[in-house]
Design a protein around this ligand. Structure first.
Ligand code: HEC
Length: 132
């Protein structure tokens, strides 16, 4: 059966591509040259830092307090980081929207090329940097 789900998915993907292009000035992880970023640091928290700054800070802010309406304040002690790694990683991978929230967290921050390990490292960076 043809359901509108397909159309919705296409629209969503389109929106994500536009979002990432706006955020990144056209660089969305296609290996198009980021000479100042070292290679081979994907697993560590410092790799997480690079990913955070490139792919997440657009919405979450370099200070983790949220740069757009709906983006949570990671530095709030009773806030999102009080959830378990397991839950947060799932929400990063699959996307997440709280009831009544003006904006959703897009799956993988809108960058399907990011791996689970990279996103785990990014979460580790978020905890390390904003969690205390
Ligand atoms: C397009 C904007 C946007 C981008 C890009 C983005 N986020 Fe989010 N993120 C959000 C919003 C909005 C929420 C809150 C969603 C809600 O609660 O409804 C959120 C929530 C979260 C949460 C909390 C989830 C929870 O269970 O409460 C984590 C963790 C998170 N984002 C991590 C990331 C990481 C890591 C990246 C980069 C790979 C990223 N985000 C990129 C908008 C974004």
């Amino acid at each position: 059966m043809r359901t509108p789900v397909f159309v919705t998915v296409l629209l969503l993907l389109g929106a994500l591509v536009v979002t990432s292009m706006l955020g990144m000035g056209g660089m969305d992880g296609m290996g198009g040259g980021m000479p100042m970023m070292g290679q081979g640091q994907g697993q560590s928290a410092s790799g997480g830092e690079a990913i955070y700054k490139q792919f997440c800070a657009t919405c979450h802010g370099a200070d983790g307090k949220g740069a757009l309406p709906g983006a949570p304040d990671f530095t709030d002690p009773g806030g999102r980081l009080s959830k378990s790694d397991e839950v947060l990683l799932k929400h990063i991978l699959e996307g997440f929207q709280s009831p009544g929230s003006p904006m959703a967290m897009p799956p993988k921050g809108g960058n399907p090329g990011l791996s689970v390990d990279e996103l785990r490292a990014t979460l580790a960076y978020i905890r390390e940097r904003f969690g205390k």
